[in-house]
Design a protein around this ligand. Structure first.
Ligand SMILES: [Zn+2]
Length: 575
């Protein structure tokens, strides 16, 4: 098969080389990447199934065209082959799609770019089944990596250590600090050396978080929620060098292109990640990804300290916005109002069965003032709210203190009441959902924690869509796998994509249709950050960001669908 204008091996090699060149020549520019694809050449893609219309609702239908002309990085024509060809010069390159499906490339509606890049480099404990497995896996890794100063691990699940964990369980493995992220990213387990390097002994619990302690009140080796934001992540970010951070981000971008994404909405931007991103982009101006970021406001009980963080977001958005820097911009603020169900930190209106009612991470009063301040400066607001109590509090805050029409958003929305599901639509809010978090195989603890009856309200996507909320699908990577087709499979079937033998289906009547989920994972995510004029669908005049997919148009077949190529602004960046 011919691949006009695209030479795969070269792309990969030059991409890697571009990374190195960019990192080795601080202040210099790396022009290699820019020549990867000849962007001046027009390319006509024909004999394909090019998605041009995707109907709304559960049974919305798809309309496909046969051919598409890409000119100067933009979609110049779509239609039947002869018709599209008639507008072309004679030297147009032709690409036979061989009946592959062409979709707008994916835009992850909620993810964490630097954390993902860093997590790609961490030791993966996912295959471990027990404490012994965890210990021996880390030991092997420590022996094999004598030079790294800190041992960073990921994907610990509470189910691997049903009797709880302590720092001392890790102390014999290695004298270096060991940090183990829970797969949810809401808790971290560490050894005594790590507690020491953090100075945990003299720390009091940070707002909205906790440092687990032993009977004598000494830190015992686990921190969660607010402590992740204010202690663990900042430590891991600053303890890596800026070069490492830039490399991590590049690795994450590469992974994302490979999965079929050309856009992300980064949901917890901070100084370290932003600084690395801005430098990276100044050295490599054509990074193949469009980034819209929300600035993370860390919870404090001090209005002034909160306001200072909002002011920083405002200042950055004045400098980096859709007119000055459309592909790397600050669009709003992010506030994490509560935690997650599995750790019993999501804020519920009724108590958890085993532990009662923990409070939200933010008090309504403090939340109100940051929402007001950010909204009055024109920023978008993203509120993480998982439990029904937090969802109500978040929607209330936006209803009372923010302007309509700004596409403010609620993140996760895992256990919404029917009334709040309706309000998402009535108030024109974005329902930012991560179907991969609704995977039935990871919800096994829910009935015990909240009871079967409340589980019937879990992940009520259908209600959000029917109420007219703007649907944006994301993955929350690195807390979950980011392959878009797996995510869409859970959205449309409510079955497990992680464990195919797990047959339970979670609230099937809340499922989304094929078209509406594909739209939510592309055009919906674009619209949620006011990028729909440029990208998110295959229309004449929009940027040529698309993927070629081998797929059957059937929800149950989505796990077999394969993204074969990813194109960014008319150049192939993966495949
Ligand atoms: Zn997140």
């Amino acid at each position: 098969m011919k691949y006009p204008g695209a030479k795969h091996e070269k792309i990969t090699l030059l991409y890697e080389f571009g990374v190195l060149a960019a990192l080795n020549s601080v202040g210099g520019s790396c022009s290699l990447i820019r020549n990867l694809e000849n962007m001046d050449k027009d390319i006509i893609f024909f004999n394909g199934r090019i998605l041009t219309q995707a109907g709304s609702g559960l049974h919305g239908e798809a309309v496909f065209a046969d051919s598409m002309l890409v000119k100067n990085g933009t979609i110049a024509a779509i239609g039947q082959f002869q018709q599209v060809l008639s507008g072309c010069s004679s030297d147009v390159q032709k690409r036979d799609l061989d009946q592959q499906t062409v979709l707008p490339s994916f835009i992850d509606g909620h993810m964490h770019l630097l954390l993902l890049g860093q997590s790609l480099r961490k030791l993966d404990l996912r295959p471990c089944k027990s404490l012994e497995d965890i210990r021996s896996t880390i030991k092997q890794y420590a022996v094999a990596n004598p030079r790294i100063p800190t041992i960073l691990c990921k994907n610990w699940m509470h189910s691997m250590t049903p009797n709880g964990v302590t720092a001392t369980m890790l102390d014999e493995i290695d004298p270096r600090p060991i940090f183990i992220d829970a797969s949810s990213q809401h808790s971290c387990w560490m050894n005594t050396a790590a507690l020491k390097v953090l100075g945990a002994e003299t720390m009091s619990d940070p707002p909205g978080g906790s440092i687990h302690r032993d009977a004598e009140g000494k830190p015992s080796g686990v921190m969660d929620e607010g402590a992740m934001m204010s202690v663990i992540w900042p430590f891991q970010a600053v303890s890596s060098s800026k070069e490492e951070r830039m490399q991590s981000i590049l690795q994450a971008i590469h992974e994302y292109n490979a999965a079929g994404y050309t856009g992300v909405i980064e949901m917890a931007m901070d100084e370290e990640a932003w600084d690395s991103l801005v430098t990276l982009r100044s050295m490599q101006t054509d990074l193949p990804i469009r980034i819209a970021a929300y600035w993370l406001i860390k919870p404090t009980a001090d209005h002034e300290a909160n306001s200072k963080q909002v002011q920083r977001a405002i200042e950055l958005s004045e400098q980096y916005n859709s007119s000055t820097s459309p592909d790397l911009r600050i669009v709003g603020i992010k506030v994490i109002c509560d935690g997650i169900i599995d750790a019993c930190t999501a804020f519920l209106s009724e108590p958890y069965a085993p532990i009662g009612s923990p409070p939200p991470i933010w008090e309504a009063e403090h939340l109100a003032s940051v929402v007001k301040e950010a909204d009055s400066a024109g920023l978008q607001i993203a509120l993480h709210a998982i439990g029904d109590g937090a969802i109500k509090m978040a929607i209330d805050a936006i209803e009372k203190h923010a302007s309509p029409g700004r596409r403010h958003r609620i993140e996760h929305i895992e256990l919404a009441s029917p009334e709040d599901a309706k309000r998402l639509g009535e108030l024109g809010l974005t329902a930012s959902i991560q179907p991969v978090h609704a995977d039935p195989s990871i919800l096994t603890e829910w009935p015990r924690l909240i009871g079967e009856e409340r589980c019937e309200r879990a992940f009520a996507y259908r209600e959000f869509a029917d109420a007219g909320a703007l649907m944006a699908i994301g993955t929350d990577s690195p807390t979950a796998p980011w392959a878009p087709m797996n995510n869409l499979y859970v959205a449309t079937t409510r079955k497990s994509s992680r464990n195919l033998e797990y047959t339970k289906v979670v609230n099937e009547h809340f499922r989304l249709g094929m078209c509406e989920s594909i739209v939510a994972a592309s055009g919906g995510a674009a619209r949620s950050v006011f990028a729909e004029e440029r990208t998110g669908s295959l229309e004449v005049g929009k940027l040529a960001d698309f993927v070629l997919v081998d797929m059957e148009w059937e929800a149950n077949a989505l796990l077999q669908a394969k993204v074969k190529e990813t194109w960014f602004e008319g150049r192939r960046v993966w495949g």
